[in-house]
Structure formats: C-alpha cells, structure tokens
Ligand binder design. Structure first.
Ligand SMILES: [Zn+2]
Length: 578
C-alpha cells in the first residue's frame, strides 16, 4: 500500500497549476465536505448494523461456493509470497530487472493455472513506459558558506524534475498566507522575486483544515510564490506533520518513478526543499530571531516577513532515465454466453521498492507479496472449480503502485477489457494485518460507496467474521491502493483488510509499530510467527465475493449518495481527494 504523504509531495503538479487547482478547491466547500462526512458515517453505521441482521438471514453457502472455498490453498499463498519476497526478485522494483522477473514469475503461474493471456499482443504482460529520476549526491543546499548534508539535513521535495542552480537571500514568510479573512499578509508588500523563501506548510494551528482547503489551499500559496518569481522554497517544520522529517526524507531521497507520458513540471518552477529541525536552526542563525520564536510569531495574526540575513544557494543534480515495467493480466472465461462479456477484476500490486544503490533489497513480503499470493490462490481455486462462474474473472497483478498507483491507472486508461463491462474490482493489498492470527475481523475499504459493502457483510457473516468500519480513517487507505484507480473510473471497487478478532486497538498498535520499523523498508520480510490461516481467510472471503458478483443477475452498483456514483468508464474528473 502506498504511503500517505502530504499531498504537496505526492501530487506536486497540482501545486503549480494554479488555475485548474483553485477551481477544484472552490468546489470543495466546507458544507459539501461536512455533508459527505456525515453521510459516509451514517452509511457505515447502517452497513455495520446490517451485519447482525444478515447473520440470522444468511443461508449456508451453496455447493459451488463450498467447493471454491475448499480449493483455496494456503500453500499457494505462502509459496507465492515467499517467491516474490526472495532476494533474487530484488524487491520487484518498478521498471527494474527484479520487477520484470516477478512479472514473468506471475505470468508463468497464470499459464500453469490455465488462465488466458489478457495483456497485450497475446501475452499476459501489458508493457508500460516509465521515466525515473534520482537525486545525485552532488546536489547542494548551502546556507551562507555552509553546505547542509543531503538526506540528514535537507532533501528536495517534488517537483524536482530537472537540474537547477539558483540562489537568493532568505526570507521567512511563515505560511505565506495573504488573506483578509484570516487577517494575514505573511509575504508583506515588497517583492519576493529572486528570494529563497523559508516557510511552513499550512494550515496555521488556529485554522481548521476544511476552511484552509477551501479558502487558502497550499496550492494557491505555492503557485502565487512561483508566479512572483521566488528562487526557491525551503519548508521548515512546525511539528504538526504526520511523518517526522527522517521518514519523509527517506522517501524523498529514493529513486522516483513516473509514467513516461506524465505531464512534466514546467522549467520555470524553482527547486523546493525541506530541512530537518536542526538544519532549520541554521537558517535562522544570523537573523536575530530563533527558530522557535519565528514559529511562535507565525501563529499570530499580522505576521510580517523576517529577513534571515543570509543567502541560500541550491543546486539540483539528477540522474534521469527511461524504463519499462509490466502489468500481468490473465482471464478465466465465464460460462454464461451473454454475461461472460462482463468481468470481475481481482487486483494486487506486485511491485515493492526494488533495490537501492546500497544494495538493499526491499522485500515487500507483507506489502504486497501476500496480496499477490491471495489473488493467486483465488485464481487457482476458480480455475480448478467444476462449475465456472457466469461472468468472466480477470486477475491482474499490477506494477508501479508504490509510486502512485501507476499500473492500475495505466490499465484503466488503456484497458484490455471494456470498462463498461467490468462488474467490480476486488483488491488485495495492505499492511500484513491478516497474518497476526486467525482472521476474525474484516474492513472493506470502499464498502460505504457501493453494494459491495452489503455483499461483504453477507459473505463475512457466512464465515462468522465481523465487518467493522475503517478504524483508521485518518490513514485514508481508500485512496492508497489500486481499487481507487477503478473507483475513479466508475467501477465499484473494494479492498479487503483482514485482522484478528477482538479489540482493534490491539492489532492496530502492532501495525503502527510495524509501520515505523518495517513498512516500505528492506525488513518487510516473512516472519516465522506469521499465521498463514489469516491470509487464507481473506482469500476465501474475496473468492466468495467475486463468485457472487460473477453469478448475480445484476452488476454491483454505487450507492446513490457516493461521490463515485458515476458511469463505468467515465472520463469526468474524479471527486476531489481529501
Ligand atoms: Zn506499500
């Protein structure tokens, strides 16, 4: 699953595309947001309370479902996860040799299972062109005469798509806000052209996030500064960030990957950097104001810019390259002469973070070798079943997820099956919570948007599993994996998370610890204490859900209140991301 970094780091192009962006943000009024939130809470509540009703009403599984359930192989999940997370898969990097090796492994298994190729040119593979870039160690951020250390003291933040050298006198502009409503003009009356501005990402502590989004979006501020001709932007922390500097720096110093045809950042955009707290002190050293005093001033109305009385010089050096990777797509044809033109798509991303120049392999066992293993077990069980489902079933192992859901985005933009005929997407991805013990709890990300939520409730009750609403809404997981690419295109979609029974606090705490130590790190490996019955349960639930979708007369539908309630295959702009 993708990391939830601040949007300014993950969607940089939006932050310099002022016109488009401000229109988007105007739509996102506090009233609309409030309504949506209330509705989704209400819907979740209704769904969850339905589970109890469903338990008593639930008939036992029919024989085809029982056969499918019995055919789910724990060994397939374990074997696939082990193979994909082994050293020789080199972390399955997007547009790296290890990624291609993993794609071939998955394609070979699809062939063995008996799936038909549904990539391009009669193969299982759908080739995707990527471009990549990496910040070189020769890159410099100099404060006066002192060069800060790349990584431990500063990193460049996106967009850093071309080599640059700039310099300018540093001015601290707090949040950079100009607003009569907030009684602030952080940038003052003078021109900032040629200055390197030092600033905090908003909102200020006394401004709520919703009104910040509506009235003073970060994008408007950044765009305004870029238009004014600042020479560079350096972000300092005020301690409200979701991730500490070290964690963000870890990601931002990694190789970056983008779709080859993605829009380039315009050449006039200056370099953006962020600094550690210790380095931030150095920025203020000659100004007569300490960093903490400056941060305190930044929270006050009528803030005025602070001249830091030193220059910063910024040199960006990049290695840039082109590459390619593949989605792997296989098809099991349905048995109904009419309905077989429609399909259920299972997806799981097989990419992890590849290798780094330090020769670390990012094994990606939990994220997401496990998910591919679960999908493989489902594929095998469907292929082996005597009664084929009425609709077709597509199995899709995608690449590029960790960098921005690129593989699934590419497929929905270049589908190898008509999007109008995609009944639903069921996605396997997560943080490995399903191996913490026997699974007794399920979360369906997307459950509150479509009839797949109700379906999950009824399948779960058959297996005496409890469905709970997203216990970590702040993590915004619905937006962080490949089912979201399908949702944006109007295809009802859902990601399954499995966890032990009992108080969610217990497994959430374990997951949070894992998140700090192993998530997206070389240490995401298979552990001896993993309980493999857990992922098997998740695979069983996914399989039965897919079978019911495939056999039902009607395709699943969006709930009318969902902002994703649009036609399959829509090209309309998606609802704004939170
Ligand atoms: Zn991930």
């Amino acid at each position: 699953m993708r990391l939830h970094l601040r949007p300014v780091y993950t969607r940089p192009r939006q932050y310099i595309n002022s016109d488009l962006d401000s229109k988007k943000i105007n739509m996102d009024s506090p009233q609309i947001r409030l309504k949506e939130c209330l509705l989704s809470t209400l819907l979740t509540f209704l769904l969850v309370s339905n589970v109890a009703v469903a338990v008593s009403a639930q008939a036992s599984k029919d024989s085809a479902e029982t056969a499918l359930t019995n055919a789910i192989s724990l060994e397939t999940i374990r074997e696939t996860t082990a193979a994909l997370s082994a050293d020789d898969m080199e972390g399955r990097g997007t547009a790296q040799a290890g990624g291609d090796k993993a794609a071939q492994y998955i394609a070979d298994r699809f062939a063995k299972i008996g799936l038909k190729p549904l990539g391009t040119k009669d193969s299982y593979l759908q080739r995707i062109k990527f471009r990549e870039s990496e910040i070189l160690p020769e890159s410099v951020l100099k404060i006066g005469d002192e060069a800060l250390k790349l990584g431990s003291e500063f990193v460049f933040t996106p967009p850093t798509s071309s080599e640059k050298h700039t310099s300018g006198r540093m001015v601290f502009i707090a949040y950079g806000i100009v607003s009569s409503q907030l009684k602030r003009n952080d940038v003052g009356s003078g021109s900032l052209q040629g200055n390197v501005v030092v600033m905090i990402e908003g909102p200020p502590k006394n401004v709520d996030k919703a009104s910040w989004k509506k009235v003073h979006a970060q994008s408007t501020i950044i765009s305004g500064l870029v238009r004014q001709g600042v020479s560079g932007i350096i972000f300092v922390s005020n301690g409200t960030e979701e991730h500490p500097y070290s964690e963000t720096a870890d990601y931002l110093t990694r190789r970056q990957v983008d779709l080859a045809d993605a829009e380039e950042v315009p050449e006039f955009v200056p370099p953006f950097a962020m600094v550690s707290n210790a380095a931030a002190e150095k920025l203020f050293a000659s100004s007569g104001v300490t960093l903490s005093d400056a941060l305190a001033k930044a929270e006050q109305e009528h803030f005025t810019p602070i001249d830091l009385k030193k220059s910063a010089s910024i040199t960006v050096r990049l290695r840039k390259d082109k590459g390619a990777g593949s989605n792997v797509v296989g098809l099991l044809e349905g048995s109904d002469p009419v309905l077989k033109s429609e399909a259920v798509i299972y997806s799981a991303h097989y990419d992890a973070w590849g290798t780094t120049n330090g020769n670390h392999v990012f094994h990606g066992a939990a994220d997401n070798g496990l998910g591919v293993g679960q999908m493989m077990a489902v594929a095998q069980a469907f292929a082996a079943s005597a009664t084929k489902p009425r609709r077709s079933i597509i199995f899709m192992a995608v690449t590029g997820e960790e960098y921005g859901l690129y593989g699934s985005k590419y497929w929905v933009d270049h589908p190898t099956w008509k999007l109008k005929n995609v009944a639903a997407n069921l996605n396997f991805d997560g943080m490995g919570t399903e191996v913490y013990g026997p699974v007794g709890t399920l979360v369906g990300y997307g459950a509150d948007h479509s009839t797949l939520g109700e379906l999950l409730g009824s399948v779960a009750s058959t297996a005496s599993l409890k469905v709970i609403p997203d216990p970590m809404p702040d993590e915004k997981s619905f937006y962080r994996s490949d089912h979201y690419s399908f949702a944006k295109k109007g295809v009802p979609s859902l990601m399954l998370l499995g966890a032990p029974a009992g108080d969610p606090k217990v497994w959430i705490e374990r997951m949070k610890t894992w998140e700090k130590t192993d998530y997206h790190q070389p240490t995401d490996t298979i552990r001896p204490e993993w309980n493999w019955e857990g992922p098997k349960t998740v695979a069983v639930v996914g399989a039965v859900m897919g079978m019911r979708v495939a056999n039902s007369d009607q395709m699943p539908s969006w709930l009318s209140a969902s902002p994703f309630n649009r036609e399959r295959g829509t090209n309309a702009a998606p609802p704004p991301e939170p």
